[in-house]
Design a binder for this molecule. Structure first.
Ligand code: GTP
Length: 303
């Protein structure tokens, strides 16, 4: 059992870096929310989000225009930076690597963020998202990533950073946010151990648990690790499922479960606990009913 926990999460970065777009994609259920024409966020907009039914995120989407940023580091400094569990600093990877003014702004704001965190929430964890990576060519990506991470780490000094690449146009956004949310989720290790027992009990090849509202990947276990496997394929599943869910909502309908079977394997997506959905990959398509029955029996361990 996991206690109800509330965490303050700051989403910061220059105006236009993509903060509101990403949180809208991950957390909104509203099919009418588009991200192409986002209006700039005014000041710090607080959103209360429920995750896994027992983790509450108090997400502060901090508008990145200079006038607002200046306030965060002066009159509103303590209000914004006290009791922070996680800072997510979003960098427009294209802008920071090609535009001197953007780089200067990011350097200034990021350094101020770390200084304020050290003062008001010294135990806070910092994630940096090198965002809009779709705008950086494959050829330039290694240099942009290395250069930006080195620069920010130098500014952060001994404050540890965890950095991810992301883009709203592919599964990297889901990968980054899955890691951030599972960092905040107490008891993830317990889920992992239980999933490991489950996979053997039902004879599955792989089992993945997704959070049912966001479809972020919580935990995944494979019976045999395959070093050649595509590491982002479940985040790709997250992206596809979330798009499908939004499409269903647009049609004023919803979906409960899915099955894909051929002669070699079967994949089932079933509601599992009240806040999770399980994806089971199984080698024996003829054992669907048995797997489903065992999964039903296992629910109690995860509730
Ligand atoms: P402020 O509210 O002013 O602080 O800006 P913001 O950081 O919230 O940026 P916002 O989410 O409003 O995004 C600005 C623009 O960037 C929008 O037009 C988005 O569609 C676009 N955008 C967001 N993420 C990505 C991405 O990963 N790739 C690309 N190419 N564009 C993106």
């Amino acid at each position: 059992k996991i206690d109800k926990t509330k965490h303050k999460v700051l989403l910061m970065g220059r105006s236009g870096s993509g903060k509101t777009s990403m949180r809208t994609i991950i957390f909104a259920d509203n099919p009418n929310v588009g991200v192409r024409k986002m209006t700039p966020t005014k000041e710090a907009e607080q959103v209360h989000l429920e995750f896994m039914g027992n983790l509450y995120l108090n997400l502060w989407d901090c508008g990145g225009q200079s006038a607002f940023m200046n306030q965060y580091f002066s009159s509103q400094n303590e209000q914004i930076f006290r009791n922070v569990a996680v800072l997510i600093y979003v960098v427009d990877a294209k802008a920071i690597s090609t535009d001197k003014k953007s780089e200067e702004e990011d350097r200034t704001w990021f350094e101020m963020c770390i200084k304020s965190l050290k003062q008001h929430s010294p135990s806070a964890k910092t994630f940096v998202l090198l965002h809009k990576m779709d705008l950086v060519s494959n050829f330039e990506q290694p240099n942009v990533v290395r250069g930006t991470v080195d620069m920010l780490q130098e500014l952060a000094g001994d404050h540890e950073l965890t950095c991810f690449q992301s883009s709203i146009w592919d599964e990297s956004l889901y990968q980054a946010w899955s890691r951030i949310c599972t960092y905040l989720l107490p008891g993830v290790e317990v889920y992992r151990e239980s999933l490991n027992s489950l996979i053997h009990a039902i004879g599955a090849r792989e089992v993945v648990l997704f959070e049912s509202r966001t479809f972020l990947t919580l935990v995944r276990e494979s019976r045999e690790a395959d070093p050649a496997e595509d590491q982002q394929r479940f985040e790709r599943v997250s992206t596809i499922l979330k798009h499908f869910k939004i499409t269903c909502l647009k049609m004023q309908t919803s979906f409960r479960e899915m099955q894909i079977c051929n002669s070699e394997f079967s994949a089932f997506l079933w509601p599992f606990t009240t806040s999770t959905v399980a994806l089971i990959i199984h080698d024996r398509p003829d054992e669907v009913e048995m797997v489903q029955a065992n999964l039903q029996l296992a629910r109690g361990h995860f509730a």
